[in-house]
Design a protein around this ligand. Sequence first.
Ligand SMILES: Cc1ncc(COP(=O)(O)O)c(C=O)c1O
Length: 415
Amino acid sequence: MIERDRATGDLLDKLRVYMARRAELGPEVACPGDVTMDEVLGATEVVIRGRRTLMLGSNNYLGLTFHPDVLAAARDALDRYGVGTTGSRAANGTLAIHRALERDLAAHFGKRHAMIFTTGYQANLSVVGGLCRTGDVLLVDADSHASIYDGARLSGATTIVFRHNSAEDLARKLARLPSGRRDRLVVIEDVYSVRGDVAPLKEIVAVCHEHGAYLMVDGAHSFGAYGARGLGRAESEGVLADVDFLVGTFSKALGGVGGYCVADRPELESLRFVARNFVFTASGSPATIAGVRAALRVIARDPSLRTRLWANTRHLRAELIAGGCEIGPIESPIVSIPVGDEQTAISLWQRLLESGVYVNIMLPPACPPDACLLRASCSAAHTTEQIVHAAVAISRMVREAGLKAAGAESRTDVS
Ligand SMILES: Cc1ncc(COP(=O)(O)O)c(C=O)c1O
């Protein structure tokens, strides 16, 4: 691709490469990254290309997108506040429900401060980019989400990438920095979105303490799923008080759109003035904010959602293993299935979709070229029949593709 750019000197060439790849697939087949859902039939079913399709590729972990309380709250907010905010909180003002949601989140987490953002992506850009600037040091897990890497770029801080989930490598890299300074931020996720593996939170907290580094944890995929109160892995690992900045998103267990950061540190409040991705973008729509407030109340009062999510997760894993799929040893609601090279992955994914099952597909650069993945996400809303149906379809496709379990397993380490 770079060669072609250089050869013709046309900046549009890099985009024409994608146009050519899309054209090669042809209009009659689905294209990864460009699937239209014509209808949403509920939390677990959609219509794609005229076919009723089981949704196993959303992050709707607790199935709250159609919860009656959430819908009622969103409808009420529409009537009271209208459809949009028409601008940023810094320029155009904050609605009372934005503040109310921030108070709800702080209380829910037992933290002193909370700030919300228009998306989870912008929460990471704002917190990383707001806390760090040129001269500061960011230490980022190698498997971090794009929003963390983009926040690092935006900040101008010196960015050091440490080996995925390696507290030892992090300690080594921190030890090389001048001692006695507090100009460093460690950023990790607690559940990693591509493979669903989990961070060694206690070890990383200990390393941060030892080296005087602040710790930011992106709990996007663990909120609602882990912990006695569903606060995420920081809660289940007993380190909630040790995380300086806990970031999350509304677009997964909370069923909405937006992001948040909670902290005991009052300095968080200053991000309202310095975080560019907060100051210069429109605030979350009233219906979204009200829906998230309602979802938070549902999560607080109904732990059975979490119980169902884990029952479905364990059931899907057991059925996939029984069907001959090789999946990683760590239980999490993200179940990733190694499927080899890009061509095999795309063909498997398309055939699954044609059979009425939608899963995510991970292709380079999200993974190495020979370690592509299909990724299924469980929801509390999936029925037993849906879980069995999905597992049977996935296992059959994987078997027909001739993927050997052991061979696939050897390709799972993308760190
Ligand atoms: C770990 C992680 N952080 C942040 C985000 C961004 O969240 P949002 O999609 O709500 O902008 C995602 C989204 O997939 C994610 O997986």
